[in-house]
Design a protein around this ligand. Structure first.
Ligand SMILES: O=C(O)CCC(=O)C(=O)O
Length: 252
């Protein structure tokens, strides 16, 4: 029986679905029309400027852009993740996925293979800034794939990542297309297999992932996609552990 002492907006059936399938959604974080103004600010303020990570403009923009900080702490997202990970939540990374027409395939992978997180506890939200459909290569996931850690191997030339889940180790026939309207999101675990195909349409597909963990997890800066000086957000509850560095909402 779930007791609800905190602001958690998942039913027991939804929590069970997540544990069974490794994903949940889509849900609306905001109406599509509201995302129109947010998209405009992302286009003018974020995509055209350098952020705190010298290696990637799309990464960690919650540190310098209020519009990204607000998306990353959106209560419709965070309160749902609280239904999975509990009341104390750390947004430890944010990353834009700007797949222009012609943008490369992202191969099947489990995120935890790429991350400096110990223990490996994470729930991600992927929020659509543009409409994401099969046509412009929405994310696909494999339900139930989070219950196994799969071997990863070098990916072929021409795809976006250097490694991918070994194709002999899983069955992709039950893959689900996560088609989303702007402002909608889905959540998934650090081991849920996901990918997106090459964007063969003439439509950009822009989304953002929000990575959420709990205060007992340590986020290493070495050997990681993060950068020196990276800060996380204490998005909900409290942190009595003190492993991670936090910053508040950046000013405009
Ligand atoms: O946006 C994509 O196509 C891939 C997203 C992804 O790999 C992720 O959010 O972990």
């Amino acid at each position: 029986m779930l007791t609800r002492k905190h602001n958690i907006t998942l039913s027991r059936a939804e929590v069970d679905f997540f544990f069974e399938n490794g994903y949940l959604g889509p849900y609306a974080a905001m109406p599509s029309a509201e995302m129109g103004e947010i998209r405009r600010r992302i286009e003018t303020d974020v995509l055209t400027s350098d952020g705190p990570n010298p290696r990637s403009r799309g990464q960690s923009r919650h540190m310098d852009q209020p519009v990204v900080y607000d998306l990353a702490t959106n209560p419709a997202i965070i309160d749902r993740i609280a239904g999975i990970l509990g009341p104390d939540l750390v947004v430890w990374a944010t990353n834009f996925w700007n797949k222009a027409p012609g943008g490369a395939e992202i191969p099947w992978h489990q995120d935890i293979n790429f991350w400096p997180l110990e223990p490996p506890v994470n729930t991600s939200a992927w929020i659509a800034i543009d409409r994401a459909t099969v046509e412009n290569s929405c994310v696909q996931i494999i339900p139930g794939s989070h219950r196994q850690s799969l071997p990863h191997t070098r990916s072929p030339e021409g795809v976006a990542f250097g490694k991918m889940a070994n194709p002999d180790s899983f069955d992709a026939s039950g893959a689900v297309n996560m088609e989303l309207q702007p402002g909608e999101f889905f959540i998934f675990s650090e081991r849920t297999l996901h990918r997106s195909s090459k964007n063969t349409s003439d439509k950009r597909r822009l989304g953002m992932s929000i990575r959420v963990t709990v205060p007992i997890a340590r986020i290493s800066q070495e050997d990681s996609p993060l950068h020196a000086g990276h800060t996380a957000i204490l998005a909900k509850g409290k942190d009595v552990m003190g492993f991670n560095r936090y910053a508040g909402r950046p000013s405009n």
